[in-house]
Design a protein around this ligand. Structure first.
Ligand code: HAM
Length: 419
């Protein structure tokens, strides 16, 4: 029997879970400030949702999905991302009847059968936002502003925002034709994947990481040069808003994103710290997706970031990550005072103090050693004498200094000492 975690999955253990909680809490706070509300969607969906939503020609759908048949023969897929499910839920639950735009955020696990590398896993975690119902560049800018607020709240710097526009169904066919005309003479030199992309989705060739494909893409026409008037106006407004808000960005004419639903704005936050997987966050506008999966035509924009990559980035930038909270007091007891120690701890906890005691039947010596390992702030030794006098000494573990306290006043004394 193989009892290790499956390849590409990882256990997230303490003290790391504390850092995770912090990242998630800060994200929730940012979302609340920008008035995004949480949505929780199923872990698996009908496979067709991703085929239609994410796009049948994408790597995600063609190679990376965890698809299985359930006992009734339905084809189901573990979500490779959160946007398609959120849009499905928006349509199914009639959220379009709510004040528009509907602004939703999520924190979820996603699954992609990918080659394992640093920052690239088969089960990973995304935090993301979807703003459904606004076509305005202000919606795009507000999302980017939320991200910039969030990164600041974490103390992160040095993450570059790369921005592009890839047009809409009106202007993209013209660009696509120009691109195909340019690529056709180079077809034999492209990698096998790009040869396939040539007919299905030639735009993806622009961000292929293979050396020769990248060289060829260097000289290729870019979507920005073929934007229609509406797309150009949208693009210019977005840039003007970001400039007005002092949010730095770099135009990257080659960003096209790996999922098929994008229109107009696409963006990525890139860093040099996350090994080879430099993209911490990706997003953009997807004005056709709601209609594509069965709703009314509804413009939308969103992003998702990888929590694992964000943490690697925070480590790379030497951000001090929060550690688990230690006991404020450890109550050491003898067999005859164990019950009172148990009650005392319950009272202290009711007062909001982190109290700990031995629950393993340790000797007094072993309890003191344990209190040390737990890095408790204070130690109280509860003997029969202390109970009789209703008085005990508490010892500060860091310097050995002692304070005499009435057991009735223990909570308030501890609170003032800790403050
Ligand atoms: P994505 O670029 O495929 O976009 O993924 C977003 C982020 O998830 C990436 O930037 C990366 O940080 C993280 N990520 C992706 N794959 C992995 C992996 N195998 N291991 C670790 N982290 C990974 C989306 O998923 C879109 N749904 C984003 C979006 C939302 N667009 C509009 N709304």
């Amino acid at each position: 029997m193989n009892l290790t975690a499956p390849r590409g999955t990882q256990d997230i253990l303490p003290p790391w879970t504390t850092a995770w909680q912090w990242l998630e809490r800060k994200f929730q706070e940012s979302c609340e400030l920008y008035q995004y509300q949480e949505i929780r969607i199923p872990t698996f969906e009908h496979t067709e949702l991703f085929q239609r939503g994410v796009g049948a020609s994408t790597d995600v759908v063609q190679k990376e999905m965890y698809t299985f048949e359930d006992k009734a023969g339905r084809s189901l897929t573990l979500r490779p991302e959160g946007t398609a499910g959120t849009v499905r839920s928006y349509i199914e639950n009639g959220l379009s009847s709510q004040p528009s735009p509907v602004k939703l955020y999520y924190q979820l696990t996603a699954f992609r059968y990918e080659k394992m590398q640093k920052g690239r896993y088969r089960e990973f975690h995304q935090m993301g936002c979807e703003c459904i119902g606004s076509a305005e560049a202000t919606a795009d800018a507000e999302l980017i502003s939320l991200l910039s607020h969030y990164f600041k709240a974490l103390g992160l710097s040095e993450i570059q925002l790369k921005l592009n526009s890839i047009g809409c169904p009106k202007c993209r066919p013209i660009f696509r034709q120009k691109l195909m005309d340019y690529l056709r003479p180079h077809l034999a030199e492209l990698c096998e994947d790009c040869k396939q992309r040539f007919d299905q989705n030639p735009m993806r060739i622009l961000d292929c990481k293979q050396a020769r494909c990248a060289e060829i893409a260097e000289e290729a026409p870019a979507p920005l040069d073929y934007l229609c008037d509406d797309c150009r106006e949208h693009w210019e407004s977005l840039k003007a808003l970001l400039e007005a808000a002092n949010i730095p960005y770099q135009v990257d004419r080659r960003i096209v994103r790996g999922l098929d639903y994008y229109t107009r704005t696409v963006f990525e936050y890139v860093s040099s710290h996350v090994g080879t997987q430099g993209t911490i966050c990706g997003g953009g506008r997807y004005d056709g997706l709601v209609e594509e999966v069965g709703g009314q035509p509804t413009p939308a924009v969103g992003f998702a970031m990888g929590v694992e990559r964000l943490l690697l980035e925070a480590e790379g930038q030497k951000i001090e990550l929060p550690q688990p909270a230690v006991p404020q007091i450890f109550v050491a007891a003898f067999p005859e005072t164990q019950q009172q120690a148990f009650m005392l701890c319950a009272q202290l906890r009711a007062e909001g103090l982190r109290a700990a005691l031995d629950i393993c039947g340790r000797s007094m010596k072993a309890q003191l050693k344990y209190a040390n390992r737990m890095r408790a702030d204070y130690l109280l030794l509860l003997g029969a004498d202390e109970l009789a006098k209703n008085c005990a000494k508490i010892k500060k573990m860091s310097d050995g200094s002692e304070v005499q306290v009435h057991l009735d006043e223990l909570a308030s004394v501890l609170k003032s000492l800790e403050a």
